[in-house]
Design a protein around this ligand. Structure first.
Ligand SMILES: NC(=O)c1ccc[n+]([C@@H]2O[C@H](COP(=O)([O-])OP(=O)(O)OC[C@H]3O[C@@H](n4cnc5c(N)ncnc54)[C@H](O)[C@@H]3O)[C@@H](O)[C@H]2O)c1
Length: 387
């Protein structure tokens, strides 16, 4: 995406936890990005940032946003801080990448949109699996007309989400916990990248473990404005492992052993340490080796049914099934972290060439609106239309 004449975009990072750790490593390998500084209240990831990436590290987000040598900020703090940090960055004149979900309420999304518009900065909501190269390739196939009209996007994902070490708010739906705010946005974004705007949602969501009192199971039938539809299933209870449906490749694209069913559940039962502390020790920047995955990332099994062909991601490409049989379109292998590369491509294109990102702040608000519609539909047992 970058040309040799382009200066890299000078990036600051706010939040060096699980999401921040992956993006910082990806940013360090992206030719269009120069990592300059980071902020996190925790000293351990700050030290890792200085040691492993050579930038400056601060305790306070404002210290990053106010630096004159930074053009853009990546925000990977817990959801409840996204509004505050996005508005702070925009008011400092910085372009923004903010992790999903954009915010926790539609009002918070509106406040971010207002700040971004007023300060004339670009905002990309990412990463989600809607940025995966396989999803982008499928979108291109659909938009080219080659595979005919989109009929249905069918998605299934089964993970250990509920039993990973969690901050207290991650187990409290009212504060953005559970799969509706954390995992369903990946599926909704993917559906929207492939099929466009959502008209209505008929959703179902359940809490199946009272010791982890937030939604870990959901399903929905999503009607798209185009006339196509999508059906999604997500379970985070660590029983069946959905990676079995994806060639035993993990979500990140790393090969995965087939014998880990229930491992997160058992580890939780054996745990004595505070989960928030354990989260920093296990996932924050510097806690795990930095790796680029061998294969393409994914978010569970997905079959995209079109008038002339069905599409499915393979380990390294996109499979096309049609009247002539099956064929595989390989995806480009690139330095860096697939999925995150594309988030940064969009930031660089916005900052350097003025290309408005698809997944901008209004996009993020629409994804949250669909997740909230799923939640409301599950409560009312009725279809919820989206304006
Ligand atoms: N795209 C993905 O695949 C993905 C994966 C995980 C998390 N996320 C998103 O990233 C965000 C963070 O989640 P996480 O799992 O990394 O959480 P985490 O708890 O692992 O990390 C959050 C980090 O933010 C830091 N932090 C808290 N308050 C801060 C502040 N005021 N200023 C600066 N830093 C602060 C914490 O110390 C911690 O290091 C969430 O919105 C989540 O949805 C996205």
């Amino acid at each position: 995406m970058t040309t040799p004449s382009m200066e890299p975009v000078r990036l600051g990072v706010i939040g060096l936890g699980m999401a921040g750790a992956v993006m910082v490593y990806a940013a360090s390998l992206h030719a269009g990005i120069k990592l300059v500084a980071a902020a996190d209240p925790q000293p351990a990831p700050r030290d890792a940032f200085i040691r492993d990436f050579g930038g400056a590290a601060h305790a306070d987000a404002r210290q990053v946003c106010e630096r004159p040598d930074i053009e853009a900020v990546y925000i990977a703090t817990p959801h409840q801080f996204h509004r505050e940090h996005a508005i702070l960055a925009a008011n400092c004149g910085k372009h923004i990448i903010v992790e999903k979900p954009l915010a926790l309420t539609l009002e918070d999304c509106d406040a971010i949109i207002e700040a971004v518009d007023r300060n004339r900065v670009h905002l990309v909501v990412g990463h989600t699996h809607g940025f995966d190269p396989a999803v982008r390739r499928m979108r291109a196939l659909i938009q080219s007309g080659e595979v005919g009209e989109l009929g249905l996007v069918a998605m299934w994902n089964y993970t250990n989400f509920i039993y990973r070490p969690r901050r207290p708010e991650e187990l409290d739906t009212a504060r953005g916990g559970g799969i509706l705010f954390n995992q369903i946005p990946h599926q909704i974004d993917t559906i929207r990248v492939l099929g466009g705007d959502i008209a209505s949602v008929r959703g179902y969501a359940r809490q199946l473990d009272p010791t982890r009192p937030t939604e870990g199971l959901a399903s929905a039938l999503i009607q798209l404005k185009s006339g196509a539809a999508a059906s999604l299933v997500y379970s985070g209870y660590d029983h069946f492992d959905g990676d079995e449906f994806h060639h035993w490749i993990a979500e990140s694209g790393a090969p995965k052993a087939a014998d880990q069913h229930g491992a997160a559940f058992r580890a939780l039962a054996a745990r004595t340490a505070d989960e928030t502390e354990l989260r920093v020790k296990s996932f924050a920047l510097g806690a795990r080796p930095y790796t680029s995955p061998r294969h393409q990332p994914h978010f569970g099994a997905m079959l995209v049914i079109c008038a002339k062909a069905d599409l499915r991601a393979s380990r390294d490409g996109v499979l096309v099934y049609d009247g002539n049989g099956a064929r595989e379109i390989p995806l480009e292998t690139r330095v860096g972290v697939p999925g995150r590369n594309e988030v940064m491509d969009d930031l660089v294109a916005a900052v350097r060439a003025g290309v408005a990102p698809l997944q901008d702040a209004r996009w993020g608000k629409a994804t949250l609106a669909a997740a909230l519609a799923l939640q409301k539909s599950a409560e009312t047992k009725r279809e919820v239309e989206i304006a």
